[in-house]
Every structure is written in C-alpha cells, then in structure tokens.
Design a protein around this ligand. Structure first.
Ligand code: NAD
Ligand code: UDP
Length: 307
C-alpha cells in the first residue's frame, strides 16, 4: 500500500514514517521543513521511502495510486504558531483542502491530525469528543485552534458531500525523541533546562494541568485509527493528568539536576486543564497508552543528552 505523510519530517510525522515502513507500506513524506528537520528522516534508507519538499498549501498531484493520506503538516508548538500565524491558518485551511482533494481524486483514506486545542480552555475535564470546546477565536492561540477546527469541519464536509473516507485524531500533548530542543513546548524546555542546570521556567503558578503521551503510543493510535472504520473524532492521548509544577519536579528528579524553579507570566489563553477521555479510543480501536511517563521521560532525556 502507498501512503502519504504530510509533515513527515516533523516530530510525530517522522515516527509515523518509521512505523509505516516497518509495516511494509511505501511511504511518501511531504514536508516544507517550516518547523521540521531533515535530520528526523535522514536515518531512513529504505527504497520504499520518498521525501518531497513541498508546501501543502499548494496543490500536488500523483500518478500512482495512493491508499492513505495522513495529514500532519502544521506548526504545533505554541511558539511556532505564534511566530507563523498566517502559515498556520493556511496549512489548516488550504493545506487540508488540498490534501482532501488529493484523497478524493485517489479514493484514498484520509486522516487529519487534529488536536486537543479544538477544546480550547475547556470547561469540562476530562474532555470527551462530544464536548464542543471553549475557544477564543481572536486570541493569539486562535490561529492554531481555529485552523484545526476548520480542518475538522472541511474533513467532515468532504466525508459527507464527497464520500471521502475520513478519520479525525484529536491528539493530546505528546512527547519523545525528535522534539526540537528549542520548540518551546514544556517537555523539551524543562528537560534541556534541567540538563544544563539552568532555571526551570514555570509559566503562571504551575497549577495548570496537562496529560503527556509517549510518541510510540500515539503513533500506534494513529495507525489503528486509519485502519478502523470510525469516522467521528477520536481522542488519542494519555489520561494521566498532572500539573506543570509536579511535572517540573519530576524532570528535576529523573535528571538529577540542581536547577531551580522560576515563575514566568502565563501565556494568554493557556488552558487551565487538559486530560483526554479515551473511552472511545478504547472501545473502537482497542487502544490505550502503554508507556508510563517516567519510562518515556527517560528515553526523551537520553535523546536530548545525546543531541
Ligand atoms: P512538528 O512541527 O514537529 O511537525 C509538523 C511538520 O509539518 C513539520 O515537519 C513542518 O515542517 C511541517 N509543515 C508545516 N507546515 C507545512 C506546509 N505548509 N507544508 C508542508 N509541511 C508543513 O509538530 P508535531 O508535534 O510533529 O505535530 C504534528 C501534527 O500533530 C500537527 O498537525 C499538530 O497540530 C498535531 N498535534 C501534535 C501534538 C503534539 O503534542 N505533538 C498535539 C496535538 C496535535
Ligand atoms: N509551560 C511552562 N514552561 C515552559 C513551557 C511551557 O510552564 O517553559 C507550560 C505552558 O504554559 C502550558 C504547559 O506548560 O501550561 C504545556 O505547554 P506546551 O507549550 O508544551 O503545550 P500546550 O499544552 O500549551 O499546547
């Protein structure tokens, strides 16, 4: 089977390419390297792998039959999408439109990498897929949240009106090797600060919560989802919730660092809680995360120590 992975040179996309190749698929990775890194795919020597440098906000056509399109292209870290607000909106809107057009033409199955940010700053915790969210459309994070909400809407429209076989994964905070050290997300920030003995920057008072999923679990969830027949959105994430202060202390403990905590302003519209309700993923995919946070963090710390 021939598969396209947009955003395949990014953190999640490169791990997805790895998994698909081990399962025997032909993989075409499309990425413009806006926030990705060619080094994430340099280790891939397989003849079944092709990399195309391309911006998916522009159309692209294939002669050969494509079976699946995994659409992951989009800045994902808050500092990335705050620096690239228009590109983020364009890739969510035009990029998703182009990739749905490709899937329609090819009669390929399409999977959208959506996000827990579709729930915004949620007023219910944990978040089930039935929750419509609490998003500020005109705040700084709106460029990402609304782009992904639009992407979900156009995905369902292509499903309903063009019979495209679609899937929507609402991905919650995922971490692991190949995150960019400078991408600003809490996991690479805290680990790199701890490894260098620098101050650990807790935003706000650190009482906001997140639930961290290890990359191998997440990628397994995406692969199960595209092979399922379930069209409605599915949360993929780890329901083990903790606050940012507890997470900082855990990183300090595992790294054995003597870094101190310092407190910085909370970014605008930073969600106060986030935890996936994964009942649906359990039921329709038989999926739940297997990697404990301490284990996943050890692997991630090892990666950042070596890079
Ligand atoms: P990433 O920034 O590492 O990867 C995104 C990739 O998309 C990069 O390689 C980038 O160069 C590429 N890209 C961006 N715009 C593009 C364009 N116009 N054309 C072609 N390529 C483009 O981020 P990630 O963490 O791997 O996230 C991957 C996807 O998963 C994103 O869609 C993101 O919204 C979603 N997601 C990730 C998380 C997470 O915790 N990592 C959580 C929720 C959702
Ligand atoms: N955060 C923090 N210090 C940092 C980076 C992030 O306290 O150096 C907080 C951030 O305010 C948020 C949480 O950690 O509450 C997760 O942030 P991240 O950027 O990883 O992703 P988000 O879940 O906000 O999309």
């Amino acid at each position: 089977m021939k598969v396209i992975v947009t955003g395949g040179a990014g953190f999640l996309g490169s791990h997805l390419c790895d998994l698909l190749l081990t399962k025997g698929y032909d993989v075409i990775c499309i990425d413009n390297l806006a926030t990705g890194d060619i080094r994430n795919i340099e280790h891939i020597k397989s003849e079944k792998f092709t990399y195309i440098k391309h911006d998916v906000t522009k159309p692209i056509y294939f002669g050969d039959k494509i079976d699946y399109v995994f659409h992951l292209a989009s800045p994902a870290s808050p500092i990335d999408y705050l620096e690239l607000p228009i590109q983020t909106l364009k890739v969510g809107a035009l990029g998703t439109y182009n990739m749905l057009g490709l899937a329609k033409e090819q009669k390929a199955r399409f999977l959208l990498a959506s996000t827990s940010e579709a729930y915004g700053d949620p007023l219910v915790n944990p978040q089930p897929e039935s929750y419509w969210g609490n998003v500020n459309p005109i705040g700084p994070r709106g460029v990402y949240d609304e782009a992904k909400r639009y992407a979900e809407a156009i995905t369902m429209a292509y499903h309903r009106y063009h019979n495209v076989d679609t899937r929507i994964a609402r991905i919650f905070n995922t971490y692991g090797p190949r995150m960019r050290a400078g991408d600003g997300r809490v996991v690479p920030n805290f680990i790199n600060q701890a490894l260098k003995g620098e101050d650990i920057t807790v935003y706000g008072d650190g009482s906001q919560t997140r639930s961290f999923c290890y990359v191998s679990d997440l990628i397994d969830g995406l692969h199960r989802l595209i092979r399922s027949d379930f069209v409605e959105p599915v949360n993929i994430g780890n329901p083990d919730e903790m606050n940012v202060l507890e997470f900082a202390e855990m990183v300090i403990k595992i790294t054995g660092s003597n870094s101190r905590l310092v407190f910085r302003d909370l970014p605008v519209d930073d969600p106060k809680v986030r935890r996936p309700d994964i009942s649906r993923a359990k039921e329709v995919l038989g999926w739940e995360p297997a990697v404990k946070l301490c284990k996943g963090l050890e692997q991630t710390i090892e990666y950042f120590s070596d890079n």
